[in-house]
Each structure stands twice: as C-alpha cells, then as structure tokens.
Write a protein that binds this ligand. Sequence first.
Ligand code: APR
Length: 170
Amino acid sequence: MPKPKLTLVRGDLTEQDVDVVVNAANSSLLGGGGVDGAIHRRGGPEIVAACRDLRATSHVDGLPTGQAVATTAGRLPARWVVHTVGPVHAKSEDRSGLLVSAHRESLRVARELGARTVAFPAISTGVYRWPLADAARIALGTVRTEGEGFEEIRFVLFGDDAYRAFEAEL
Ligand code: APR
C-alpha cells in the first residue's frame, strides 16, 4: 500500500468532504467549544445522540485521553466523526505519548471503518494549550508512521499560526 498523501488546508474542519473528520473532543463526549462545538453545531443533534448512546453502552465512563471512537457525522459532508481526546499540555509531565495515541487510535478506528481519507484538526492546541510546533511535530510524525492504508491524511488548520507550524514540520 502506497504512503498516504499528507496535505495541509487552512480552513474549517466541518467543511471537509472526506470519509472521516477527527474531533478534538473531551472525555464526556457530550460536546464543548472549539472544534468540538463546531462539529456538533454543524453536524446536528444526531452526533450527540450517538455520543449519548456510547455513554450508555461501550463508554459509560466517557472516552479516556488518547483513545478514539466513531459516530455518524450527521449533516457534515464527512461520513463519520472519529472522536478522540487529546492530552492537556502540562509543563510538569511529558504527555506526548497520549497525543501520539490520540492520532494513532483515530487512524486505527478510521481504518476499521474502511475510511480512505481522514481530516485532523490540530488536536490539543486550543483549550488544551499544547504548543503548536510540538503538536505539529507529534501529529505529522505519528501519521507518517501510522498512516498505512489511507489515500489522504489532511490537517485542517484554523489559524495562520497553526498552518505555519504544520507547514514548517511537513
Ligand atoms: N476547524 C478546524 N480547526 C478548528 C476549528 C474548526 N472549525 N475550531 C477550532 N479549531 C482549532 C483551534 O484553533 C485549535 O488550533 O482546533 C485546534 C484545537 O482546539 P480545540 O478545539 O480547543 O481543542 P483542544 O485544544 O484539543 O481542546 C479540547 O476543547 O472544545 C473543547 O470539548 C473540547 O474540552 C475539549 C477541549
């Protein structure tokens, strides 16, 4: 299987016409701000309904940091949303392994769905305060080694600073 095309887009994750968009969720899976808020707002109530089902069945205690789970994408152009929880940045301890895991597990779940194209936001770089350059290094490094089997893996950056940080790492 050839290596996936890695692309950067300056724009809105909710507008991406790909098989899977990855949501930077929190462990509750019940929505929030940032990307999470945009996905639920644009994707509609089907998504949070599917998340509630997960909380009632397979994920009663919520989604642990670094793990991933799929739902419908509701009204989004994408077919599925893969929700993952990135780590909150902490100076006191190195949580890079959890950020690697969030990307690797999202790709694993997307592969199980049969997805060929996946779009990521810059996970953990907003509310969770992960420095952009380090997040870009970890994100691109992980998809380069774990991206087997996909046609395209796209990073959708909302701001110029995020775009430049990822461009510098590509
Ligand atoms: N499309 C693409 N990127 C976006 C969008 C969007 N529509 N909205 C925000 N972003 C960018 C932010 O600018 C940031 O670079 O996504 C990146 C991740 O930021 P957050 O969404 O804040 O995610 P994160 O830092 O992982 O924090 C997760 O925030 O929204 C809550 O419920 C969420 O508690 C969770 C926490």
